[in-house]
Design a protein around this ligand. Structure first.
Ligand SMILES: [Zn+2]
Length: 246
């Protein structure tokens, strides 16, 4: 079984590499885990991260992650970038592999072939309520010269409308079309659908968005914090551009 899945939407771009890791089967209970903060062995995690970067053609030290805080801060990665608190990363630099850490939250991977920029977004329900995906597209448009209709986007596996139970407080933060009532003040929440609509509202073309149908909660091959709690590992959604050849 492969430890990663690769989005189809970027296959037409020979210099772009993108992937989402899976739970794998070894190393219980954390599995194929990308997080240094869930209790897994740190050396092992560093080795797994390096293996992921190298498999995609990147140097391990050019894997750029962030300290995610469910906010709407967008970090720009370039030489000298540190480990900032942010929930989205943008880079115009080839050779960087941007990493978004998830286990139910929505990873969004973006490439603009016109400006040769990549971006990654972490959108849990709080981030979606803060419109982090839409704000990242806005930042690409306003600061990096992107036209939203040029963007190619992968919305990754996440807690989905089949299983993602939320309370009245979460449901009320969104339009009612994203929440299906199931009684006792509970709802099933479609976070991916809310992220998708934000992107469409920003002018991204629906034909250039790939929506991963997988649900982290009911797919045992994926990490889910909702399902496994403190024993859950984390997956990475990664995207980067390889340097152009000679
Ligand atoms: Zn499900």
């Amino acid at each position: 079984m492969s430890l990663i899945t690769e989005p189809k939407i970027f296959r037409q771009f020979p210099l772009v590499r993108a992937a989402m890791t899976t739970r794998g089967t070894g190393n219980p209970p954390y599995g194929f885990n990308m997080s240094l903060s869930v209790g897994d062995d740190g050396e092992r995690v560093h080795a797994m991260r390096a293996r992921l970067a190298e498999r995609l053609g990147f140097a391990p030290e050019r894997l750029a992650s962030q300290r995610q805080v469910h906010g709407d801060t967008i970090g720009v990665v370039s030489d000298g970038h540190g480990a900032d608190e942010s929930d989205a990363l943008i880079t115009a630099g080839a050779g960087w592999l941007l990493a978004i850490s998830v286990a139910d939250c929505v990873p969004v991977l973006i490439h603009d072939p016109a400006t040769m920029i990549v971006a990654g977004v972490h959108s849990g329900w709080r981030g979606t309520a803060k419109r982090i995906a839409a704000k990242t597209v806005g930042r690409l448009r306003d600061e990096f010269g992107s036209s939203p209709e040029d963007l190619h986007i992968y919305i990754g596996a996440a807690a989905s409308g089949c299983c993602y139970e939320v309370g009245e407080d979460v449901a009320a933060a969104f339009d009612e079309r994203y929440s299906r009532p199931i009684g006792n003040g509970k709802y099933l929440f479609d976070n991916k659908g809310a992220v998708l609509d934000q992107l469409l509202e920003m002018g991204v073309s629906g034909s250039r968005i790939e929506l991963d149908p997988r649900c982290t909660i009911c797919d045992p091959g994926l990490h889910s914090y909702r399902r496994d709690g403190a024993l859950s590992g984390r997956m990475f959604g990664v995207i980067g551009m390889l340097p152009a050849g000679i």
